[in-house]
Every structure is written in structure tokens, then in C-alpha cells.
Design a protein around this ligand. Structure first.
Ligand code: MG
Ligand code: MG
Length: 252
């Protein structure tokens, strides 16, 4: 069932989203060669707690950490560990925070030190694909319009679109209906209504769209081991567009 949020719920979702945004901003300066993903996880965990929130992903279906850290060919759901970031890596950091029972969800991919031109291309165009998806959102538009916008942008830039994982509704659960795929046909799927809250999250690959799961039963990697990027915002649907809950005007 797709829920329409009340004004009070939107207010709490806004606060949860803002905490996720602040956590990204807090972590960003630490994303440097030499830091371990476990250290980033601890920093994020402690920061989220300091905001009177809890970590949405910790123990979610058994996930053993507070954030997901996915490096290079890892697409999503990487588990923080003692692995050190290296110059030239890219890392996707996916953060969820729960405030007064409501969640925010946002992933961002970051360069570590100096990265290759092709990785820069991947980051730039995956972020732009997210914004193409956001532009397709407004009351009366349909879920397929979002997928179509993301997919056509990605294909134009020769990037593989991961289909196994999708965006989703957000509310008192981190993952709610509807599913928001990063592919689709215009004018198909559920109709968006004012005060629906959804997360849009393209995962794009430099090579094949195909992915595999590692033996840890969490980490998803590209089949050809080429790099992957992931950008995600939680947004509320408005009459003529959407409002980003996990960013501000400068968060680009
Ligand atoms: Mg999500
Ligand atoms: Mg996420």
C-alpha cells in the first residue's frame, strides 16, 4: 500500500532527512586515503546518535553496521570493515537515520584522493541521472516516468543500469511501497500524489549492468568488476515537482 503522509509526518521525515544530510556533510572531510570503512561507520553512528536519531540500517534484516560502504566495483550494501580507502578509489556511502519513528535515506558516491577520468565520468553522470529522475517527479506523473528519465539519461551516457535494486517509498519504515525502478516506460506504473515520500536511487555501472552477490550475502558487485556509483535522495512529491528532504540547495 502506498501511503500519503500527513503534514506532521512530512515534518518528521524532513527532520530525519536533514539528519542524513548532516551526516553526509560530517563524514565528507574524513573520506581520504588511509581511513577504514569501519572508522567511517563509527563516525556516522556516533553522529546520528548525537542528533537524537537512530541508524536505520543497523540490524535491518540483520545488516551488521550503521552505514553501507561500497568501494569501486561494489554497487551497494558493502559492509564496513578494516579495509583502508586508497587513493583513486570511489566509495558510495548509504546512510539511513530514524527520527521520532520516521526515516531518511540518502546515498552519495565520493572520490578518494585523485581518481581516474572514467571514474569522474561515472560519478558525474550517475549524479545527473538522479537529478533527471527527480525532475520527472510531480503529482500526477507516474513511477514509470522516473525510471524512463533515469534510464534514458544513463543509456545516452553508455552506463549500465542496475535493475535488481530499486528505489522505494519512505516513511515509518525505511522501505515502503511503491518500488521505484531506475528503468521503465513513460506513463506507466503508480500515479504519484502530493505528499507521497519516495527515495530515488540510480546505481549505474561503467560496464555491464549485471551484478552478483558476494558470499557475505550483502555486498552486491558488478559482474565485470568495473566501477559502479550510487546517488540517492529522499523526496516528497509536490503539486509541481518535489522537495528534496535529504539535501539542501548546495548539496550537489
Ligand atoms: Mg534507499
Ligand atoms: Mg539508501
Amino acid at each position: 500500500m502506498i501511503s500519503i503522509k500527513t503534514d506532521r509526518e512530512i515534518e518528521l521525515l524532513k527532520q530525519a532527512g536533514h539528519i542524513v544530510y548532516l551526516t553526509h556533510k560530517y563524514l565528507e572531510p574524513y573520506i581520504k586515503p588511509g581511513i577504514t570503512t569501519k572508522q567511517l561507520d563509527k563516525l556516522a553512528h556516533d553522529f546520528i546518535i548525537s542528533q537524537n536519531a537512530t541508524c536505520s540500517f543497523l540490524n535491518y534484516e540483520g545488516f551488521p553496521a550503521s552505514i553501507c560502504t561500497s568501494i569501486n566495483e561494489e554497487v551497494v550494501h558493502g559492509i564496513p570493515s578494516n579495509r583502508k580507502l586508497k587513493n583513486g578509489d570511489i566509495i558510495s556511502i548509504d546512510i539511513g537515520a530514524c527520527y521520532e519513528g520516521y526515516h531518511g535515506d540518502s546515498a552519495w558516491s565520493y572520490p578518494v584522493g585523485k581518481i581516474s577520468e572514467e571514474k569522474k565520468y561515472l560519478l558525474e553522470h550517475t549524479k545527473k541521472a538522479l537529478y533527471e529522475g527527480l525532475k520527472a517527479v510531480k503529482a500526477g506523473a507516474r513511477i514509470g516516468d522516473i525510471g524512463y528519465a533515469v534510464e534514458s539519461y544513463a543509456k545516452k551516457h553508455h552506463l549500465g543500469v542496475v535493475e535488481e535494486l530499486v528505489g522505494h517509498g519512505v516513511g515509518s519504515s525505511i522501505h515502503e511501497d511503491p518500488e521505484v525502478p531506475n528503468y521503465g516506460q513513460k506513463n506507466t506504473g503508480h500515479i504519484l500524489k502530493e505528499n507521497m515520500v519516495i527515495a530515488i536511487e540510480p546505481m549505474l555501472n561503467l560496464g555491464t549492468a549485471n551484478v552478483l552477490m558476494l558470499d557475505d550475502d550483502w555486498t552486491i558487485i558488478t559482474e565485470d568488476n568495473k566501477p559502479s556509483a550510487h546517488f540517492e535522495h529522499t523526496v516528497v512529491v509536490t503539486k509541481d515537482g518535489c522537495k528534496i528532504l535529504t539535501g539542501d540547495d548546495n548539496f550537489e
